[in-house]
Design a protein around this ligand. Structure first.
Ligand SMILES: Cc1ncc(C[n+]2csc(CCOP(=O)(O)OP(=O)(O)O)c2C)c(N)n1
Ligand SMILES: CC(=O)[C@@H](O)[C@H](O)COP(=O)(O)O
Ligand SMILES: [Mg+2]
Length: 655
């Protein structure tokens, strides 16, 4: 067979696209100066520019590709920044950022000192509200709308919320109050029939009906035409009612109409000839809060994204021509997420009581592996962390062994459910807490900085932190076998340290730590994966004649009190370190020491923890160095504490 590629012209090398209109539309007032017929070209240029930028930075791609036309239409029709445009989650806001004066910084995205990957008030007047955790946009927009109403201003508030984000209760709490805002509140439901994974639950089925029945749409259009005709008076009202009836029947409208919204949709969210006039009508004529249901495609306009199962929701750097992402070569240490998932599947294979719950993050938590192995025992509840926790409590109450696998930062959303439904009732829910500690590019909104603080303070709760991937395997087994009450284990984003994984998991003794390295003068009590840096620091301290013990305490609650007492009694300096903010492991050790008078002997204790600031996005290594939680920071803390002659401890140097 002849080789079809013979003689075919070689693929031309990729070149950054020409963007003549986008060059003119640096900020929305300039965009609004364009002619309507130029908007389609502007959108095409915007999409090409975004693909080019994200190919060199990585980040969230699919969602932004789906709202290119919507971003153009919203900034064209509304008087931003006076009209407040609020993006839910904000991961889809790259086109918005390019259109609002940040195009020149797009290639700094999610890097130290660079643009945030989400909307940020501090970044632009066009970002009236920060986001990243989902389903907050309608509440925020309602706040802006009512503020405008009270101050008599003319401005509108527009919330753009995805179908995934619409599965969270907070969105309904806000819509339940929307009537107050009158016509100042506009909600754009961006329905691309995707969350990170395919959407789940009754709502997505409800919305899907909107654009599924052709018959329905044909009848509806006929009635709509009729309603528009100049009908004799007695027929006008019934025709209008018929139009209203069809406009909302099963199209997702009824739900929103009942909540007090004027529902418009579903409309094609990629067709500017439809979007612009409808948005203009709503801007000028709506009498009350309005919800526009736009149907879009996640990954639109970029074939590799459209073809991908996840629509390129989150990508690393990639080749624009082929779409091939530059992922790390295989063969390195496994990810903590992967180790957790494999360990949980192993537990579930042995134990039919094991069930797993994710809040719309099957791939992020690794539960997609569990879902494949045990489809009937895995539940994706949508973006509904509060429901996930109490749902798990119900399962535990009936004798199952439920695992709620939720990122540290997203578990914050379900804190009262942890306290009220799990801990007070002492129900044996297992919490697999991924993304504990600093997470890098997603920055402050996604850092898992507080879970040791907010969990270890709770009676009945057990809190473990894996020091490496082998420890994680032991902890999954330990937690699964623990039925005496709630238990949480935390582990970071990213890869392990490369230790061999145990063939058989060990059931750890609850509340017992381990000495990893014996020393005499300094004792470092480590919780979690700072252990590797602690061991490096110990080598450096030994070289300075400061013999150092390193212990992995494994549990923030209950503490290994005997081990702590022993180390406090036999060392001059005791230092705790954790990937958590103040009020966590170190605070509990200090409380023990003060309760038991361990400080009365002149013992020097220092706690090392995350600083009392929301650290900006950067690489995790740089973030930890900035926090002083690397080997250099540990060494410096010890030397300063000992006023060691190798450290200049004069006032000026201590800064
Ligand atoms: C409270 C919370 N839980 C989970 C996430 C993780 N997350 C980010 S985007 C996303 C899916 C959002 O789906 P949708 O709103 O439909 O937006 P799309 O990506 O489809 O544009 C999820 C689950 C989050 N940001 N916030
Ligand atoms: C936008 C959002 O909240 C998620 O996509 C999140 O960024 C995922 O984080 P990981 O990349 O750590 O899974
Ligand atoms: Mg979606």
């Amino acid at each position: 067979m002849t080789d079809k590629t013979q003689g075919a012209a070689p693929t031309p090398p990729y070149r950054r696209p020409e963007t003549p209109l986008l060059d003119k539309a640096v900020i929305p007032p300039q965009l609004r100066a364009l002619k309507p017929e130029q908007l389609r070209q502007l959108a095409d240029e915007l999409r090409a520019e975004m693909i080019d930028a994200v190919s060199v930075t990585g980040g969230h791609l699919g969602a932004g590709l789906g709202v290119v036309e919507l971003s153009v239409a919203l900034h064209y029709v509304f008087n931003t920044p006076d009209d407040k445009l609020i993006w839910d989650v904000g991961h889809q806001a790259y086109p918005h950022k390019i259109l609002t004066g940040r195009r020149d910084r797009m290639r700094t995205l999610r890097q130290g000192g660079g643009l945030s990957g989400f909307t940020r008030r501090s970044e632009s007047e066009y970002d009236p509200f920060g986001a990243a955790h989902s389903s907050t946009s309608i509440s925020a927009a309602l706040g802006f709308a009512i503020a405008n109403k009270l101050s008599g201003g003319p401005n509108k508030a527009i919330a753009v919320i995805g179908d995934g984000a619409m599965s969270a209760g907070m969105a309904y709490e806000a819509m339940n109050n929307a009537r107050e805002a009158g016509n100042r509140l506009i909600v754009v439901l961006n329905d691309n029939d995707m969350s990170i994974a395919p959407p789940v639950g009754a709502l997505s089925a409800y919305l899907a009906r909107a654009y599924s029945s052709n018959t329905f749409l044909e009848i509806r259009d006929a009635v709509r035409q009729l309603a528009k005709k100049a009908l004799p008076e007695p027929l006008k009202a019934p025709a209008k009612r018929a139009d209203e009836f069809f406009r909302t029947l099963g199209t997702g409208g009824t739900l929103f109409e009942e909540l007090g919204f004027y529902y418009v949709g579903p409309i094609d969210g990629h067709n500017l000839d439809v979007l612009v006039p409808i948005l203009e009508n709503i801007r000028d004529a709506a009498e009350g809060p309005c919800l526009i249901h736009v149907v879009t495609k996640k990954g639109k306009g970029y074939a590799p994204a459209e073809a991908a199962a996840d629509k390129y929701h989150g990508v690393v750097k990639f080749d624009v021509v082929t779409g091939k992402q530059h992922k790390p070569a295989p063969g390195g240490p496994p990810s903590y997420t992967g180790v957790f998932a494999d360990a949980l599947v192993a537990e579930a294979t042995r134990d039919p009581r094991v069930v797993a719950i994710t809040a719309a993050m099957p791939s992020g938590t690794g539960l997609d592996k569990f879902q494949k192995a045990f489809p009937d025992r895995c539940f994706d509840v949508g973006i509904a962390e509060q429901h996930a926790v109490t749902f798990a409590a119900g399962l535990a109450a009936e004798g199952f062994r439920p695992w709620a696998a939720i990122y540290s930062t997203f578990l914050q959303r379900a804190y009262d459910q942890v306290v009220h439904d799990v801990c007070i009732q002492n129900l044996p829910v297992r919490f697999g807490i991924d993304r504990a500690g600093l997470v890098g590019a997603d920055g402050s909104t996604h850092a898992g900085s507080f879970d040791v603080t907010y969990l270890a303070t709770l009676p009945n709760m057990v809190v473990m932190a894996a020091a490496d991937e082998a420890e994680l395997v032991h902890m999954v087994h330990t937690a699964n076998e623990y039925d005496a009450g709630p238990i949480a284990l935390r582990y970071p984003r990213g890869e392990g340290v490369g230790v061999p994984l145990p063939a058989t998991p060990e059931k750890l003794e609850i509340g017992k730590g381990r000495i990893v390295r014996e020393g005499k003068k300094v004792a470092i009590l480590s919780l979690g994966t700072r252990l590797a840096e602690a061991l490096k620091a110990a080598d450096e301290l030994d070289a300075k004649g400061l013999s150092t013990t390193v212990a992995d305490l494994r549990f923030a609650k209950p503490l290994d009190e005997a081990l702590i007492r022993k180390l406090c009694a036999s060392h001059e300096v005791v230092l705790t370190i954790e990937e958590n903010a103040i009020g966590g492991f170190g605070a509990h050790v200090l409380t023990l020491a003060s309760d038991e008078g361990l400080l009365d002997t002149g013992l020097k204790i220092r706690t090392m923890r995350l600083p009392d600031v929301f650290q900006e996005h950067d690489s995790p290594a740089k973030q930890y160095a900035e926090a002083g939680l690397d080997a250099a920071g540990i060494v410096k803390t010890v030397l300063t504490t000992l006023r060691h002659n190798s450290v200049d401890v004069s006032e000026g140097a201590r800064a």
